[in-house]
Design a protein around this ligand. Sequence first.
Ligand code: SF4
Length: 197
Amino acid sequence: MTVRVSRRQFLKFGAAGLGASSMAMMGFAPDEAHASIRHFKLTGAKMTRNICTYCSVGCGMLLYSRGDGAINAHEEIFHVEGDPDHPVSRGSLCPRGSGVLDFIKAKSRTKFPEVREPGSSEWKRISWDEAMERIARWMKDDRDANFETHDEQGRLVNRWMTSSMVAASACTNETAYLTQKITRALGILKLDNQARV
Ligand code: SF4
């Protein structure tokens, strides 16, 4: 049977065949090219290990960002995936953790310490040093004024009941241990965790 091919079709098939064979000879097999997309996406990116900020499971994350560290370069996270070397999650993230880029880039996210002075309705940004100094000052004053060595029956209690501590759930065992140590050493009994909020 004779198949009639127009001049236009002949040129089209010829060009497509030549292109495909040339690409294959140059190593551009479609499967390989497809498999390489992920590699190219992360080429040149800086990888930072972190822990998911959402819940107490504390899954490991790899955060990929661009920016060469120069003063004017704006470093920005553009990809997040599970950390295969993390002993808890071993590379997996739940849907919430997988979507953490939405949280990272949220306009409403608080990135700096802020204070609302007594009587003011405005929040103002302060430095980390000032924030630490203010917190230390308030804690010291409150503890000095309210620390109890004995209860009403005269029993030794050594407790500080007018302050409490809210700790982060997404932290390592070491951080959790230090949080307990510091809180209990100060005499604070009311310690809770953001995982229950
Ligand atoms: S990835 Fe999911 S399970 Fe893991 S810490 Fe984040 S929110 Fe929790």
